[in-house]
Design a protein around this ligand. Structure first.
Ligand code: SF4
Length: 432
C-alpha cells in the first residue's frame, strides 16, 4: 500500500461537522488517517488515488465537454420553469449557480431541503436559541440528545465536543463532569461513553411519542401539574435541566418523525427559552450535509431568502412547502431539472422523464446512462478531494476552507456553472 499521507490541515467534507484534524492516505482508494469514522471511510473509498478519467455523456453516449455544455444550455434556455435540485456543492458552486438561476429563472432546492426546512420555518416563526460545537465543548454539563444519537450519523460528534476526553488532553477544556441523556434513542452505540472519565450517560424512553414527550417536558418546565401524573423519568430530566449550568439540546433534523417536524423544533425552542430564563441553554440541529448548510447560507446572503426560493423573472419567491423537489416533480411544476451531487455517488437524481442535467461524482455515470429521460451527465470535481473550496459547518457561523488531496482534471461545479451562465447569456443575445 502506498501510504502517501495528506497530513492535516485537511478538512473532511463528508458531513457538516467538517472535522479538520485528520489526514488521508492514498492507496488504491483514499482512506482516512487518524480516525475510525465509518462515514469518512465509506465516502473516501469512492475516490481513487488519482483524478478520475470520467468523461461527459448525453443520453449515455460519451461526448466532449463542449457538446455537454451546449446541450445543457439549450435545455435550460428552452425550459419555462427549471429546478436546481440536489445542490450538493460548496459556497463557490452555490454562488455561481445563483447567477445561472438569474439567467434562466430557476427554483433552488437541496437534496436535504425537507429536513432543513423544519428548522428554517421554526426559526422564521419563533426565533431560536442556538449553540455551537465550541460552546458545547467549553460549557455544556448536560447534553440532551433527542430522537437519535448524534454519533449515528455524525460519528465524531462526541469527540468534537470533548465529551470523555482523557484528563490532561489539551482539548478537555470543558466541565469536568458531564451528563449525556439519550431521550427516545438507542444509546447502545455510545455505551463506551459511559466508561470515559467524567461522563454519565442516561437513556430515557419516550412518553407515547416524541411530540407527546416534548409537550410534557414543556409543561413540566412551565410548572404545570399534569392530570395523568408526570412520567418520573421526564420529571427527573426537568430537575436535571434546571440544575445544569448549561444544557445543550441536540437533534438530527432528518431523523425527526412525522410530517409536522417543524412543531417538534418549535417545542425544542420553547424548552430552550424556558431554560434560558434562569440558566444557559442552546440547541444544535445536526444537519446541512452535502453542502446543504453552505448553499442555504450563500443563497440567503445573495438573495435575502433561504433555500426553496424561486429566482423568477418577476422577482424572488420563497415557498418552503411548494418548492419541494419531490412535490414539484410530482405536480409537474417544473419542466427541466439540473441536479448537482459533487460529494459522492450516494445522491442520484430523482426519477423523472424531464430533461435532466447532472453534475455529479463520476460514480453516478452508470445511473445517469440508464435513466429514462434525456440526460446530460458531467463528472465534476469534489471540493476537498480534487479541488479547493469552502463549506459552512452545521453550527452555522463557521466556514472552513477545503484543501484538495490531488489536483483534479475534472471541472469544479463553479467552473461549469460559469460556462453555462455565459452560454445562456449568448442564447439570450441571439434571441433578442
Ligand atoms: S464525522 Fe463527518 S466530518 Fe468528521 S470525519 Fe466523519 S464524515 Fe468526516
Amino acid at each position: 500500500m502506498d501510504a502517501t499521507l495528506h497530513t492535516p490541515p485537511w478538512t473532511c467534507p463528508f458531513c457538516a461537522l467538517l472535522c479538520d484534524r485528520f489526514g488521508v492516505a492514498q492507496a488504491e482508494t483514499l482512506t482516512p488517517v487518524g480516525t475510525r469514522c465509518p462515514r469518512a471511510a465509506r465516502a473516501l473509498a469512492q475516490f481513487g488515488a488519482a483524478p478520475s478519467p470520467a468523461k461527459p455523456a448525453v443520453n449515455g453516449q460519451p461526448v466532449d465537454a463542449q457538446t455537454a455544455l451546449d446541450t445543457a444550455a439549450q435545455w435550460l434556455a428552452r425550459a419555462r420553469q427549471p429546478l436546481f435540485g440536489g445542490m450538493a456543492t460548496d459556497v463557490a458552486g452555490a454562488r455561481a449557480f445563483y447567477r445561472v438561476a438569474n439567467a434562466c429563472g430557476a427554483i433552488f432546492d437541496h437534496a436535504h431541503g425537507r429536513a432543513l426546512t423544519h428548522g428554517l420555518t421554526a426559526m422564521q416563526d419563533r426565533g431560536a436559541f442556538t449553540t455551537t460545537l465550541a460552546e458545547i465543548r467549553n460549557r455544556a454539563d448536560l447534553i440532551v440528545c433527542i430522537g437519535a444519537s448524534p454519533s449515528a450519523r455524525y460519528p465524531e460528534f462526541f469527540a468534537r465536543c470533548a465529551v470523555g476526553s482523557e484528563p490532561g488532553n489539551a482539548d478537555e477544556v470543558g466541565p469536568a463532569q458531564r451528563t449525556v441523556v439519550f431521550l427516545g434513542c438507542d444509546a447502545d452505540a455510545d455505551r463506551a461513553l459511559a466508561d470515559r472519565p467524567g461522563v454519565e450517560t442516561l437513556a430515557i424512553p419516550l412518553r407515547n411519542d416524541l411530540y407527546d414527550t416534548i409537550a410534557t417536558l414543556n409543561a413540566l418546565l412551565a410548572g404545570k401539574s399534569l392530570r395523568a401524573g408526570a412520567d418520573p423519568a421526564l420529571a427527573a430530566l426537568v430537575v436535571r435541566m434546571l440544575a445544569a449550568t448549561y444544557t445543550a439540546i441536540v437533534w438530527i433534523p432528518s431523523d425527526l418523525p412525522g410530517a409536522h417536524a417543524t412543531l417538534l423544533v418549535e417545542g425544542f425552542d420553547r424548552l430552550l427559552k424556558a431554560l434560558n430564563r434562569a440558566r444557559r441553554a442552546g440547541g444544535l440541529a445536526l444537519g446541512g450535509d452535502d453542502g446543504g448548510a453552505s448553499v442555504n447560507q450563500t443563497l440567503t446572503w445573495l438573495s435575502g431568502l433561504p433555500l426553496r426560493t424561486g429566482v423568477h423573472r418577476s422577482g424572488l419567491e420563497h415557498a418552503p412547502q411548494r418548492y419541494d423537489t419531490a412535490r414539484l416533480l410530482a405536480d409537474h411544476g417544473v419542466d427541466a431539472l439540473l441536479w448537482v451531487s459533487s460529494f459522492g455517488a450516494d445522491l442520484p437524481p430523482p426519477h423523472t422523464t424531464l430533461p435532466t442535467i447532472v453534475l455529479g461524482h463520476p460514480g453516478l455515470a452508470a445511473i445517469c446512462a440508464d435513466r429514462e429521460g434525456p440526460t446530460v451527465f458531467v463528472p465534476v470535481s469534489t471540493p476537498g478531494i480534487g479541488s479547493p473550496g469552502h463549506l459552512f459547518r452545521a453550527d452555522g457561523g463557521v466556514v472552513l476552507p477545503l484543501t484538495p488531496v490531488y489536483e483534479d482534471t475534472l471541472p469544479t461545479v463553479a467552473a461549469f456553472a460559469a460556462q453555462l451562465g455565459a452560454k445562456l447569456a449568448s442564447h439570450k443575445e441571439n434571441a433578442a
